[in-house]
Design a protein around this ligand. Structure first.
Ligand code: PHE
Length: 487
């Protein structure tokens, strides 16, 4: 009650007076105000608005002429018994005469005969009589002019004669709903109240004497759809913020990388299935990226026999040419190993959120291009529990309370883990992590432990945005995007 405006209250009272139901026009208020108040009351559930479509007619220009001058068959044939058609045509025009005679014949008012090659109209007895009477069409036209209802059969004829046309009219009735009746029965008082506070009202002190209208926070309001960032961009920004707040610095890499940095430097054996043409996009131009032979040699030794890393290596003959092949990076771990190689002195905390490429068939959970959230902590005393703590912290800041770790395997980390989050009662894998092996770090003179992770962005987005098809994230479905809440 306290949230009702004076106009809404007035309308409720008016409706009560009219027995609970009335046409807007019957209400003793300005029509726009009635409709405005009614739609607010409707959104509050206090009134309903019933709408019926009623068929009505209006006169066309032709119809108005008929009404003024009489029907053409009357006008043209009045006072005639027999006349040359040609004569009529000269007076009224060929077309008008044809129309008039056409209707007159249909009504049995006249006949046409031929004499000496001339055409004549001859009025029948019926014609002579009817021509002086008011015709049903004319009566109907008068009714239409007055806004009265006419018989459908005659309406059909008049429509055919293009004398009237249909105009639909919605007939509305406003009625009190059950809740509306309840409010009305409590007794409505209309008193002056303040619904908008202005500087004048405050200055004058008027506000002290008057009542304030309460806000109705549940009142209907139209939806507005302001421009906003794509949800993935919003998500990336949020993640960026979280890592920055946790003391990480953002790094960037490039799409095209050498196999050396993407794989060899990470101790991924050269015959690893992930290197297959089936899984990786290799580039044609450039097909090779030159790499310092000394650098390759260092890594080659580790692959072959372990070098000075304490490892036995993979025990195969390292192929230098293979290392130079150009590819689209398959993971952003290439960013962090490059960073370590350039900054072998600890400590470091860096992250990247960037696109990677894999030869995947597109389906509901796979895309050939997606993003990884990559990061490392490089510092003395860093350990596995710290890695788990950081991941837990990150996911909790993203809103995932329940996560779990499972043992996993990557050629470049030991120990390794897989992160899973619980969603809809299912565990979903979101990424991998581990501590870089000495085979990875020692060739670059990195002596402290490196905690590393690579997490999927799109998978997480699917959960947060509640979509079960990863392609939705790239479809640009405007309706979906418009209605998505801000992250
Ligand atoms: N590079 C791994 C992947 O693409 C993730 C990972 C990163 C694992 C760092 C361990 C350490 O799935």
């Amino acid at each position: 009650m306290e949230t009702l405006s004076p106009l809404e209250k007035k309308l409720l009272l008016e409706l009560q007076k009219k027995g609970g139901k009335a046409e807007p026009e019957e209400i003793d208020m300005e029509l726009v105000k009635v409709m405005n108040a009614a739609s607010w009351l409707q959104s509050k559930g206090l009134v309903g608005i019933e709408e019926k479509y009623i068929k009505e007619y209006e006169l066309t220009e032709e119809g108005k002429k008929f009404l003024e001058e009489g029907l053409p068959e009357k006008k043209i044939l009045k006072g005639i018994e027999k006349v040359k058609i040609e004569k009529l045509e000269k007076k009224y025009g060929k077309e008008n005469v044809a129309i008039a005679i056409g209707w007159a014949i249909r009504k049995n008012w006249c006949k046409i005969i031929k004499e000496n090659g001339e055409r004549y109209v001859i009025l029948t007895e019926k014609g002579k009589e009817e021509i002086n009477k008011k015709q049903p069409e004319e009566e109907a036209l008068e009714k239409v002019a007055k806004g009265m209802v006419i018989d459908e059969n005659i309406a059909k004829v008049l429509k055919r004669r293009e004398a009237i046309k249909e105009k639909g009219k919605a007939k509305r009735k406003i009625y009190l709903t059950e809740n509306g009746w309840e409010v009305v029965k409590q007794g409505i008082k209309i008193e002056e109240e303040i619904s908008q506070l202005t500087p004048e009202i405050i200055r004058s002190g008027e506000w002290k004497k008057k009542k304030f209208r309460k806000y109705d926070v549940k009142a209907f309001a139209p939806s507005i759809y302001p421009g906003k960032l794509h949800p993935l961009t919003q998500l990336i920004e949020k993640i960026r913020r979280i890592f920055s707040q946790m003391g990480f610095k953002e790094i960037k890499g490039s799409y095209v990388e050498s196999t050396f940095w993407n794989m060899d430097a990470l101790f991924i054996p050269q015959d690893h299935p992930a290197r297959d043409m089936q899984d990786t996009f290799y580039c044609k131009k450039p097909s090779k990226i030159e790499i310092d032979e000394e650098l390759i040699k260092k890594i080659a030794i580790v692959h072959e026999k372990g070098g000075e890393t304490g490892s036995k290596g993979w025990r195969y003959k390292f192929d230098y040419e293979e290392a130079k092949k150009a590819l689209l990076r398959t993971h952003t771990t290439v960013n962090t190993i490059r960073y370590i190689a350039q900054h072998p002195e600890p400590p470091a905390k860096v992250f990247s959120i960037e696109r990677v490429f894999r030869r995947e068939n597109i389906d509901a959970t796979h895309l050939p291009e997606f993003h990884q959230i990559e990061g490392i902590i490089y510092e003395e005393n860093a350990d596995f529990s710290m890695l788990k703590g950081i991941l837990k912290e990150f996911y909790s800041r993203m809103g995932f309370e329940k996560i779990r770790f499972r043992p996993s395997y990557f050629p470049y980390t030991e120990p390794s883990l897989e992160v899973e989050v619980e969603w809809n009662g299912k565990w979903i894998e979101l990424g991998g992590a581990g501590i870089f092996r000495p085979e990875v770090t020692l060739p670059f003179n990195a002596k402290a432990p490196v905690l590393a992770w690579g997490l999927g962005l799109e998978r997480m987005a699917m959960i947060l945005l509640n979509v079960d098809d990863i392609r939705m994230l790239y479809f640009s479905d405007i309706e979906w995007l418009k209605n998505l809440p801000l992250l």
